[in-house]
Design a protein around this ligand. Structure first.
Ligand code: 5GP
Ligand code: MN
Length: 353
């Protein structure tokens, strides 16, 4: 068996560790939440936190505002995740995972009912607004699931079985299977602990990164002919009508911005997707990716979103083409500034989700 990682001490200070331990010890009823449009790290860290808390004899409620994709139903405990209607008003503690700001929790967090409850934020986004009453934010970690490896060690939860599968899922999806530039020895060491505990890399990859719907494939096909490339920024817009034409549903065709940025002539990739939110409001979801050394997180932040230097996003309202034109101009300006600052020369802190 691999020895426990020493990286825990690097990323989880004694002070935060004891504050988290006492917050959990004092709580009987705990609500765990993650972000809207949940990805592998959101779902893996939510379910992983659930298994850590159950090991401590707690009975957490696990909630997501948006229904998680059935692709992740191989993670034990998936069926117990509730939506906003399954969330009550009274909890002793709320734990928020992988969300950089309060609004990212969506409808599961109701400030009027929940605002006075202690809120523990566990996140790895550099743009995190420290919106909790206790914040453990570690941009040096590639995924919140990596942070939970260290928390599980500190709280004595074995990194085996259900917990290992949940945590390896977020590590694999946020690093695109250990390919992002923030994949360092600590990430690999954490992954090795989880594979030692029985989680299988190839099974998780097959269910997540290597899996797409036919509608998603056809959507990419219809969009790729209309991409634009100017000033090393490549982008595409995806309208409701284009999605309807190929019968694409939410989640179909995800990951296009990451594909666009692989183009040699580009440093930044962006997609602008029209979507109908719960409640019927039409918004434009903006998704940005940058090559190592470039930073798209600050443009996302300016537009009320967030993320990591190489992978960020924001959600705006307005006509699709107008939003795309305005945001592409901002990305091109950021690119010009970063080139003139010479920031792009070094490999940066890569991340995905
Ligand atoms: P994606 O492009 O995969 O949807 O998101 C990439 C990264 O940007 C993720 O870390 C995600 O949390 C962040 N992100 C995407 N959209 C938004 C948004 O509307 N608001 C915030 N705060 N972050 C976002
Ligand atoms: Mn993440």
């Amino acid at each position: 068996m691999t020895q426990p990682s020493t990286a825990g001490a690097l990323y989880l200070s004694r002070e935060i560790e004891s504050a988290i331990r006492s917050a959990i010890d004092q709580a009987q009823t705990i609500l765990c939440v993650s972000h809207i449009s949940p990805d592998g790290d959101a779902i893996g860290s939510l379910l992983g936190m659930g298994w850590i808390l159950r090991h401590l004899d707690k009975h957490p409620t696990l909630a997501l505002a948006d229904k998680p994709a059935a692709d992740f139903d191989y993670i034990p405990g998936f069926g117990a995740i509730v939506g906003a209607s399954g969330v009550g008003d009274d909890y002793d503690l709320i734990i928020c995972l992988d969300a950089s700001s309060q609004d990212r929790m969506g409808a599961v967090y109701r400030p009027a009912a929940h605002g006075q409850i202690p809120l523990l934020v566990i996140d790895h986004h550099v743009t995190n607004t420290n919106f909790g009453s206790l914040n453990w934010v570690e941009p040096g970690c590639a995924a919140v699931c990596q942070m939970l490896v260290y928390l599980a060690d500190a709280l004595g939860a074995p990194l085996t079985g259900d917990l290992a599968v949940a945590l390896l899922t977020g590590l694999i999806t946020d690093t695109l299977c250990f390919r992002t530039s923030n994949t360092n020895a600590h990430v690999l060491q954490a992954a090795m602990r989880l594979t030692d505990g029985g989680a299988q890399i190839q099974e998780i990859v097959a269910r997540t990164l290597q899996s797409r719907t036919y509608a998603g494939l056809r959507l990419w096909g219809s969009i790729l002919g209309h991409t634009a490339l100017q000033e090393r920024v490549i982008w595409a817009t995806i309208s409701l009508a284009q999605r309807k034409q190929v019968c694409a549903r939410d989640g179909d065709g995800e990951g296009l911005a990451g594909f666009l940025v692989s183009v040699k002539e580009a440093d930044i990739g962006a997609t602008f997707t029209e979507r109908v939110q719960n409640g019927g409001r039409v918004v434009v979801e903006c998704s940005f990716r940058a090559k190592p050394g470039f930073d798209v997180s600050q443009v996302a932040l300016v537009y009320g979103g967030g993320g990591h230097p190489p992978a960020a996003g924001c959600t705006l309202t307005g006509p699709l083409d107008a939003v795309a034109a305005q945001v592409v101009a901002a990305l091109q300006e950021a690119h010009r500034v970063q080139v003139s600052d010479g920031k792009q020369a070094a490999f940066g802190n890569g991340a995905h989700g």
